[in-house]
Write a protein that binds this ligand. Structure first.
Ligand SMILES: Nc1ncnc2c1ncn2[C@@H]1O[C@H](COP(=O)(O)OP(=O)(O)OP(=O)(O)O)[C@@H](O)[C@H]1O
Ligand SMILES: [Mg+2]
Length: 277
């Protein structure tokens, strides 16, 4: 009888030990599962990062090839255009052709527009030496804000500028002016009348950020990957050179452009690296 009790207590101890081991194993399994989940999440992020970088590299490659071609073409086309413009101007001044004055004006205007497109394109592809100066982005935005407001008024839209606390940046002021004007213009063009464009600046640990936010309908999913490709446009009178120029300028400033878009609007974020003190 005593021996039987003794055995059952021993068995009980064995049972408790096994149970304890089982609990520990279960905890270990949960811990292992957590680590597997963490790793899976990290892998997913890495894959997304890789996809983004591959997309950026493809875009840069495309820009480069088309750019080299266009630089040569641009020069060649400009010369005959200058000759045509000269003859048109001469004919315009002839009194016996006075009835066609408006036609001549239109032809010259169109030639000038074509010339401007070539100028814009050449400025995209040329790596001309430029002078970087340490300047305050808020001061630059303050200076060009009347220009942006004028753009807004002509389209019946609104615009606000909210400067944040930021440090100075190394930049080429006329390039950054061009970048802001292009982003703002796209924002205005995307919005219905009364829409408001918000330009603001702020800073985080690594970057100084310029944000241009509109209240438009957003960018279609299938168009997002084409943003920045020369001549990609969805506008009847668009050229599709505004954004490529912005990407080029951002690149020259070691800045990155992020796009956040949805049915309530689009935000372009230009992230400049914080200068080393
Ligand atoms: N803020 C925005 N909201 C919605 N779509 C936009 C926005 N910005 C750019 N896009 C889309 O990207 C396309 C390309 O823009 P990009 O500025 O390069 O050329 P564009 O505005 O069409 O012509 P332009 O050469 O006159 O600037 C636009 O046609 C438009 O479809
Ligand atoms: Mg544009």
């Amino acid at each position: 009888m005593i021996a039987a009790r003794f055995f059952s207590i021993k068995n009980w101890e064995k049972f408790v030990n096994i149970k304890q081991e089982l609990i520990e194993l279960k905890e270990q399994r949960l811990d292992f599962q957590r680590r597997v989940d963490d790793l899976a999440e990290k892998l997913k992020l890495e894959a997304e990062k890789r996809e983004y970088l591959e997309y950026e590299i493809t875009k840069l490659g495309r820009l480069n090839t088309i750019g080299q071609l266009a630089a040569g073409l641009g020069h060649e086309i400009r010369n005959p255009m200058t000759t045509i413009r000269g003859f048109l101007q001469m004919l315009q001044s002839k009194s016996d052709l006075h009835t066609y004055k408006s036609y001549f004006e239109l032809m010259i205007e169109e030639l000038d527009r074509a010339n401007l497109i070539i100028t814009d394109y050449l400025s995209l592809v040329k790596d001309k030496p430029v002078e970087f100066k340490r300047l305050c982005l808020n001061k630059l935005l303050d200076d060009i804000f009347p220009l942006i407001l004028a753009d807004a008024y002509t389209q019946g839209k609104k615009c606000v500028f909210e400067p944040g606390k930021i440090v100075e940046l190394e930049m080429v002021s006329n390039e950054i002016t061009q970048l802001v004007i292009n982003l703002a213009r796209n924002g205005f063009e995307a919005m219905p009348p009364e829409g408001c464009l918000t330009i603001n600046t702020y800073m985080d640990a690594q970057s100084i950020i310029l944000s241009v936010k509109d209240e438009g309908k957003g960018i279609d999913k299938e168009h997002i990957s084409k943003l920045g490709t020369p001549f990609f446009t969805t506008k009847e009178n668009g050229t599709g050179l505004g954004l490529p120029m912005c990407y080029r300028i951002a690149d020259r400033h070691n800045a990155l452009i992020d796009v956040k878009t949805g049915p309530d609007g689009t935000t372009f974020l230009v992230r400049f690296p914080k200068p080393i003190e």
